[in-house]
Design a binder for this molecule. Structure first.
Ligand SMILES: Nc1ncnc2c1ncn2[C@@H]1O[C@H](COP(=O)(O)OP(=O)(O)OP(=O)(O)O)[C@@H](O)[C@H]1O
Ligand SMILES: O=P(O)(O)OC[C@H]1O[C@](O)(CO)[C@@H](O)[C@@H]1O
Length: 319
């Protein structure tokens, strides 16, 4: 293998830069030329590709976002779009491609490998919604960012004796809400994986108030319920005003945590080894602190096991 490409796709995630750095540096160390593809699959189709040298990835390990930019490409979902992408790879002489992204990006990688391109997928998404891996790059940082927000909101919430609904990301996956909720001592954690009863949420609000609790934090994963609908319903039922804070893109930015930098560095180097060893259509993951690879198609058919023990714990600790 002489020349490979790297791209970031889907939503950006803190740690993506650390992964790009590791791929470029480990590639050069192994005498492989690394080409950076800008704007994910969209940039691939458009031939937005440039050679990357050692210094092109200097001073990025600590930075959020992705120096390669990212995109969601509708064109790439079509046969025609992918043909263009494959043609571009041939023109540039790129033999293998490392794709850093979420499940959608992995589906794209799978399609490319079916067409004969050697692909390796690195899980990069704050959602932690890739079932085959214990963690995805960016999740730890996002949880810490949310925790920081909870801590600040708690101050104001306590001073003003108000309840708060904090909406966090994760379209179909409640992990950010769950783990930041546990770490932040939230009273209620509402996630798409578990049906919730509005009466339980209201009961905690009323009980808390009657025993002099000054705040009440409700963590809401997007995709569970509309935050403003929830606010309205709470007010109608128990007359308590809960302030809504939607954290949005704050969760996707910022300096990656040490965990994400280490995970990204290890996975980047592992991807190079995998390509050198002739592997293709492999998804990288982490289990019991060990990086492993498995078939992308198989990884995509796995179902995410919701951490119901931790969910139960949030309920127990917030009585
Ligand atoms: N079924 C598919 N076939 C081919 N390409 C796909 C497919 N699904 C997604 N892609 C490509 O991957 C890109 C990224 O996918 P998507 O927008 O779902 O983000 P993601 O990788 O799941 O990341 P995140 O979890 O951060 O949203 C899409 O814009 C599209 O170009
Ligand atoms: O606004 P965008 O870029 O489409 O991304 C939003 C989505 O991407 C994610 O942040 C994952 O990266 C989801 O949690 C969220 O719903």
């Amino acid at each position: 293998m002489k020349k490979i490409g790297v791209l970031t796709s889907g939503g950006d995630a803190p740690g993506m830069n650390a992964a790009i750095r590791a791929i470029v540096r480990a590639g050069i160390y192994n005498n492989i030329e690394v080409m950076g593809v800008s704007r994910g699959y969209e940039g691939l189709i458009n031939g937005e590709i440039k050679h990357m040298d050692v210094s092109s990835v200097a001073d990025i390990i600590h930075k959020g976002g992705t120096i390669l930019k990212t995109a969601r490409s509708e064109q790439f979902k079509t046969e025609e779009g992918r043909k263009k992408a494959i043609n571009v790879l041939e023109v540039f002489g790129i033999e293998g491609l490392v794709i850093i992204g979420g499940d959608g990006s992995f589906r794209g990688a799978e399609k490319l490998s079916e067409a004969g391109v050697k692909t390796i997928g690195i899980p990069g998404t704050i959602d932690n919604d890739l079932p085959y891996s214990e963690f995805t790059i960016g999740f730890d940082t996002a949880v810490n960012t949310v925790l920081d927000a909870i801590t600040k909101i708690r101050d104001t919430s306590t001073s003003h004796e108000k309840a708060t609904i904090i909406e966090v990301m994760g379209r179909h996956c409640g992990d950010i809400a769950l783990y930041s909720g546990l770490a932040g001592g939230a009273e209620s954690v509402l996630v798409p994986e578990e049906e919730f009863d509005i009466n339980d949420v209201c009961k905690k609000l009323v009980q808390g108030k009657s025993r002099g609790k000054l705040h009440n934090i409700i963590m809401l994963a997007e995709g569970t319920s509309d935050a403003y609908e929830l606010q309205k319903e709470i007010f109608e039922r128990v007359g308590i005003e809960a302030r809504v804070t939607v954290l949005g893109f704050i969760q996707r930015g910022g300096n990656p945590s040490s965990f994400d930098r280490i995970l990204a560095s290890k996975m980047g180097a592992y991807a190079i080894d995998a390509l050198i060893n002739g592997k293709s259509s492999r998804a990288l993951g982490i289990k019991n602190n060990k990086i492993f690879d498995m078939d992308i198609a198989e990884a995509l058919t796995m179902e995410k096991q919701f951490d119901s023990d931790t969910y139960q714990l949030t309920n127990i600790l917030s009585i």
